[in-house]
Design a protein around this ligand. Sequence first.
Ligand code: ADP
Length: 236
Amino acid sequence: MADISHELRTPIAALMATIDVALRKPRTSEQYRATLEECRAISKQLGQLVERIMTLASLDSGNDHTQNSFTDVTEVATGCVAVIRPLAAANSITVELLTDEALELETDAGKLREVLMNLLHNAVEYNKPGGTIELRVKRLPNTIVLEVRDTGIGMTDEVKDKIFERFYRADASRHSTGVHAGLGLAIVREYVSRLEATISVESEPGRGSLFRVTLPAPPLDVPAEEPADEPITTAS
Ligand code: ADP
């Protein structure tokens, strides 16, 4: 509760300050418009923070149910890249998708999309201008592996150990306005466990990070729809 209150305080204070400045003296209609737009942007971020808190609350209370369906993992990855590419381009960051085949799996597509979007958002946020992001989807004998690699600021081993904790931010001086409250990877961790997957991180300060999500998949050498063995009959 203390962490939540602390995170909510910053955007609310920003909203109040923006309104108070506007109210100090009469303004032109353009100035009022600019203030309203600023308030709208802050409110949007506040809404996103509340959304994330509610997601975690729902996971904690057991109200969040996994909805598995036959999913093309490559298609999910392609959709995520399409969303993230314009955001990355605004920071002169290029995004590459490395996959060549449709990889189908019985899984919760919504949760998988959320995991990838969070990792890709971070790959933009903690990258450097002119950097690159690679999303690779690979089929291994018993798993499907999704890797998000960035060429950003990276992290020390000490930071790496804490990034999945709720409200943890390596750079505490980055004041949260809602979106970066240190909840993204906490949600990723919860979703990854609901998907019965695992997540690991490799990183080096100044050189970038690699987040690897490993999803269990049916063994490659046993076809999914193998016909049942027919009893061998011999003609008499
Ligand atoms: P936030 O919403 O603050 O980004 P996250 O839970 O997504 O929170 O991440 C927690 C912290 O982990 C971040 O504040 C940042 O310090 C670190 N982090 C996450 N992803 C990366 C990355 N790709 N490169 C470097 N640091 C990262």
